[in-house]
Design a protein around this ligand. Structure first.
Ligand SMILES: *Cc1c(COP(=O)(O)O)cnc(C)c1O
Length: 401
């Protein structure tokens, strides 16, 4: 068919193909490879306890919510999950979404308009950017995890809103939440944290309402299921319920899924899975270092010199409770910077041939020239699997110029 849209699509696809940037789906784990690419850090996605919880939730509340939360889709299963999230984090109120992408887009587009300034870490998730863009707010960025840069923007736009993540999805490093919270409070600014990768596994414990005004948690990462929540004050949640088009005009999260997420919150607080995850992260890093593999040290600017002492705001900060070393070793996301898109794809493909799936993250998702393997650890990986991954990785890195 010839239509201007069809011609435009063909042209764009050809361009992407030529640049090696064409994204395609692939069937998950069709050859029983060992998967180091997913975000199921605690192994809850395939747990029998969770399969039972889903069944129980479905029997008790039904598989479908049948309507928008503002019509008749808001049930006891949703209320119980919201209450549990509030109890866990100290926020006053919560609202649920079917995905983190829609929660972020809903929040940003309902909260802001053209009169607002949003100050965001350079690496915040695409869903946050999409939401801010559709709100028409002014977007100011600060250098990734760089407190001096954040402080400069906060001083420039006082009483605005700061947005960051807890554990960054592509770099695996942990934001200096305490320091950002102090900065935000000093300037009368709000702090929003997207806790998608941190919730359930953040090494320094759960992020709470004490530090953060609005928190987004997602259920598809460490909780191993599906959906998301915005946690905030009652005023903010009431406003969003009344004004968020993503919430009002969309069928509520399945009540069975709400019950499932509630059970996952209870499971993720059990120390056994978490300590196995931490042991696996440590094993991976120790093995990789022993093999001479260059791990990201994720120097965070809270302890790095970036001229931040010149800023009065920053020098008045409390000492961080974690040093940069601790921030690195505890992250389930371990990137290995490989450089070009082509080299990264070649290494990932060699590893796939040897039976290991790792994430291959290319520009434009990450800055050009910083393509990387994104290796994620889970509590379910065995020591043997981790050791054999590192051995295969060493060979693939050496053999691929
Ligand atoms: C995965 C992710 C989201 C989106 O959450 P989904 O539930 O997968 O839609 C939002 N923010 C960050 C930082 C994420 O990593």
């Amino acid at each position: 068919m010839s239509h201007p849209l069809m011609d435009k699509m063909r042209l764009q696809m050809q361009g992407l193909e030529q640049q090696g940037l064409l994204r395609k789906r692939r069937l998950a784990n069709s050859n029983h490879a060992i998967d180091f690419s997913h975000n199921d850090y605690l192994g809850l996605a395939s747990s029998e306890a969770q399969a039972n919880a889903l069944y129980e939730g479905a029997l008790h509340y039904g598989v479908g919510s049948k309507a928008s939360p503002l019509v008749s889709g808001y049930s006891k299963a949703h209320v119980e999950l919201e209450q549990s999230l509030c109890q866990y984090t100290g926020h006053e109120a919560a609202m649920l979404f079917c995905s983190g992408f829609s929660a972020n887009s809903a929040l940003m587009s309902a909260l802001f308009n053209q009169d607002d300034v949003v100050i965001a870490d350079k690496y915040v998730h695409a869903s946050i950017i999409t939401g801010i863009q559709s709100s028409n707010a002014k977007l100011a960025r600060f250098i990734h995890n760089d407190l001096a840069s954040a402080a400069a923007q906060i001083a420039r736009y006082p009483r605005s809103t700061i947005v960051t993540e807890s554990i960054f999805s592509m770099d695996g490093d942990i934001a200096p939440i305490d320091a950002l919270s102090t900065l935000a409070k000093a300037q009368g600014s709000l702090l929003i944290v997207d806790d998608a990768h941190g919730f359930g596994v953040l090494p320094q414990g759960v992020i709470s309402a004490e530090k953060v005004d609005i928190q987004i948690v997602t259920f598809g990462k460490a909780l191993g299921c599906q959906g998301a929540a915005i946690l905030a004050s009652q005023t903010v949640i009431d406003f969003l319920v009344a004004n968020s088009r993503h919430y009002i005009y969309s069928t509520a999260l399945s009540p069975a899924c709400a019950h499932l997420a509630l059970n996952a919150i209870n499971l993720c607080q059990q120390p056994a899975a978490r300590s196995k995850l931490m042991a696996n992260i440590l094993l991976f890093r120790t093995q990789a270092k022993a093999q001479g593999i260059n791990l990201s040290e994720m120097a965070d600017s809270e302890t790095a010199d970036s001229g931040m002492n010149s800023l009065e705001l920053v020098s008045s900060l409390e000492p961080a409770e974690m040093n940069s070393h601790e921030r690195v070793i505890n992250s389930p996301i371990q990137p290995i910077i490989t450089g070009s898109n082509e080299r990264t794809m070649a290494i990932a493909s060699t590893l796939a041939d040897k039976g290991f799936i790792v994430g291959a993250i290319r520009s434009p998702t990450v800055p050009f020239g910083q393509a990387r393997l994104r290796i994620t650890l889970s509590a379910l990986h065995s020591s043997e699997q981790i050791i054999s991954l590192v051995n295969a990785l060493k060979c693939a890195l050496e053999d691929t110029p």
